[in-house]
Design a protein around this ligand. Structure first.
Ligand code: ASP
Ligand code: MG
Length: 457
C-alpha cells in the first residue's frame, strides 16, 4: 500500500537555529513527511524588509550592516550543521544576489514592491537550503533510505502579478505539481521547499503576503492531493482559550474549519484560517502542533468533525470601543446603514459586531481605529455619536449556538455581577459574543471556561 502523502510546514521559530532545524527535521522524519515547506528563519523577513528600506532611504553603510547581520546569522547555522564549502557556496550565491539587488535599490533610491518581493524571497531560499542539510543529517543518523532534496517552489507556485500579495493560480499549480512533484510519491525523496514565495507567468518572483507560508503549504497540499497537511509552530495546537489568561485552558483535539474561522476573527492568533482554505476545500485535514514538543499533541482542523460541542473555545479581545450612532431620522427611513457603512468603508475601518434599535446603531471597533479621529467627525455628519472606550469583546465559539435553549441563561448566570454592555447573537451558529468592561475580561473568561469547558475537555 502506498504510504500517506504528508505535507509538513515549519514556521520561523521552528527554523530559529541549527538545533531548532534538527528538531524540526526529526519531526518531519517521525511523521514520514514527503514534502516539507519552510518559512525564513525567525526575524529574517523583517531584516530583509529593513535592508530594503535602508538601502532605499539611507546610506549604503547602514544597509551593509543589515546585510552582514543576515549573512552572519545564516553562516552560523551552516557552520553548526557542518555544511561543506560547496554547499556553503550555494548560500554565498544568495548573499551575492541579495547584495546586488540591495545595491540596485540604493542606486535608484527606489524599492518597488516587485524588488521587495525578490529581496524577501532570499529568506526562505536560505532557510530551505539549511533545512535540507538538517533533514539529511537526521535521515543519515536514522539510517533511513530516504534523502532530502531542495526544490525551488517557484517552479510550481504560479501566481498573478500583485507583488507583495500575489494570488496563487490554483489550476496551473495543480498541473505543475503533477508535472514536477508527483514523482516524489514513488521515491525515497523528502522534498524541501520554500513557503511564502511564488512566481508570475513572466518569471518574476512574488510573495503571498506576510505570514504566507501556511498558505503556500495549503496550496501545495491541494496541488499534490495530499492526505494530511501539518502546520508545525511553537505552540501545541489551538487552545480552548488563551493560556496566558486562563490556567485551565487545554489544547483542542479537533475543530471545524468554520469554528476555527470564528475563533481567529475574535482574537486567537495562531493561524489565519483563510490560509488553510485550499486544504479544507479539498478535504485535506490539517494538524497544528509544536515542533518543540510534538509529544504534546495538537489540534486537527477539518471540514467535518466527529464531535460538535455547544462551546468549544472562547476568546477575549481587549481594547475595544463601542460607537453608538443615534438619530431620529433613522425611524421609518431607509439607507441610514448604507450611509454610515460607506463612511467606514471610506476610512477602511473594519467593524466587528453590530446591534441596532429603532433610532440607533452600535458598532464595535478595535481601539486603534480611534487614532482616526476624522472617522468620528465624518460619522457626526449623519448622527449623534457616542464613543465608549475600555471595553472587551468576549466570544464563545461552538455549534448550534443560535438554536440551543438555555445557553444565554447559563452564560449570564456565570457572571451575575458583571454589566453586559452589548450582545451579538444570531449571525452565526458558531459564535455568541458580548461586550463588557475591559477590567472584567480575564475574570469573565475564567468563569465561563469553568462553566462550559471545565478543567478537562
Ligand atoms: N517569512 C514570511 C514572513 O515572515 C512568511 C512566513 O513566515 O509565513 O512573513
Ligand atoms: Mg510565520
Amino acid at each position: 500500500m502506498e504510504s500517506q502523502f504528508i505535507v509538513s510546514k515549519f514556521g520561523g521559530t521552528s527554523m530559529g537555529d541549527a538545533e531548532c532545524m534538527k528538531r524540526s527535521a526529526e519531526v518531519a522524519y517521525g511523521q514520514n513527511s514527503k514534502l516539507v515547506v519552510v518559512s525564513a528563519t525567525s526575524g529574517t523577513t523583517n531584516d530583509l524588509i529593513e535592508l530594503a528600506t535602508t538601502a532605499e532611504k539611507n546610506s549604503w553603510e547602514n544597509a551593509h550592516l543589515i546585510l552582514s547581520k543576515i549573512k552572519v546569522k545564516h553562516l552560523k547555522i551552516a557552520r553548526d550543521l557542518e555544511m561543506t564549502p560547496e554547499k556553503i557556496d550555494n548560500l554565498n550565491q544568495l548573499f551575492e544576489e541579495l547584495e546586488s539587488m540591495s545595491r540596485g535599490v540604493h542606486l535608484l533610491k527606489d524599492c518597488s514592491l516587485k524588488a521587495l518581493d525578490s529581496i524577501q524571497s532570499i529568506g526562505e531560499r536560505l532557510s530551505s537550503l539549511l533545512f535540507t542539510e538538517a533533514m539529511n543529517i537526521v535521515l543519515r543518523r536514522e539510517k533511513s533510505d530516504r534523502f532530502a532534496k531542495w526544490f525551488d517552489a517557484r517552479e510550481v507556485l504560479l501566481t498573478d502579478n500583485q507583488f507583495s500579495k500575489a494570488r496563487p493560480l490554483t489550476a496551473e499549480i495543480k498541473a505543475l505539481c503533477q508535472e514536477h512533484l508527483a514523482i516524489i510519491k514513488h521515491t525515497d525523496v523528502v522534498m524541501v521547499t520554500q513557503g511564502f514565495i511564488g512566481r508570475t507567468k513572466e518569471g518574476m518572483t512574488t510573495t503571498l503576503g506576510r505570514g504566507g507560508s501556511d498558505y503556500s503549504a495549503a496550496i501545495l497540499a491541494e496541488g499534490m492531493g495530499a492526505d494530511i497537511l501539518e502546520i508545525w509552530t511553537d505552540v501545541a495546537g489551538i487552545a480552548t482559550t488563551d493560556p496566558r489568561i486562563c490556567k485551565e485552558a487545554v489544547a483542542i483535539h479537533e475543530i471545524s474549519f468554520k469554528e476555527a474561522s470564528e475563533l481567529a476573527t475574535f482574537g486567537a492568533k495562531i493561524l489565519h484560517p483563510a490560509t488553510l482554505l485550499p486544504a479544507i476545500r479539498s478535504h485535506i485535514p490539517v494538524f497544528v502542533g509544536s515542533s518543540f514538543n510534538p509529544s504534546l499533541g495538537g489540534t486537527w482542523v477539518r471540514k467535518d468533525v466527529e464531535h460538535s460541542p455547544l462551546v468549544r473555545a472562547m476568546a477575549l479581545r481587549k481594547k475595544q470601543i463601542l460607537v453608538t450612532l443615534s438619530t431620529p431620522e433613522m425611524l421609518y427611513s431607509h439607507g441610514f446603514l448604507y450611509q454610515i457603512f460607506k463612511v467606514f468603508n471610506d476610512h477602511k475601518v473594519s467593524v466587528d459586531a453590530i446591534t441596532t434599535s429603532e433610532i440607533s446603531v452600535s458598532l464595535t471597533l478595535d481601539d486603534s481605529t480611534l487614532i482616526n479621529r476624522d472617522l468620528i467627525a465624518d460619522l457626526e455628519k449623519f448622527a449623534d455619536v457616542e464613543v465608549e472606550e475600555n471595553l472587551a469583546l468576549v466570544s464563545l465559539i461552538g455549534n448550534n449556538i443560535n438554536h440551543t435553549p438555555g445557553l444565554a441563561k447559563k452564560i449570564f448566570e456565570s457572571i451575575p455581577d458583571i454589566n453586559v454592555r452589548m450582545i451579538c447573537l444570531g449571525a452565526s451558529k458558531h459564535n455568541f459574543c458580548f461586550m463588557i468592561n475591559d477590567e472584567h475580561g480575564v475574570e469573565v473568561i475564567n468563569r465561563l471556561h469553568q462553566s462550559f469547558i471545565g478543567q478537562k475537555l
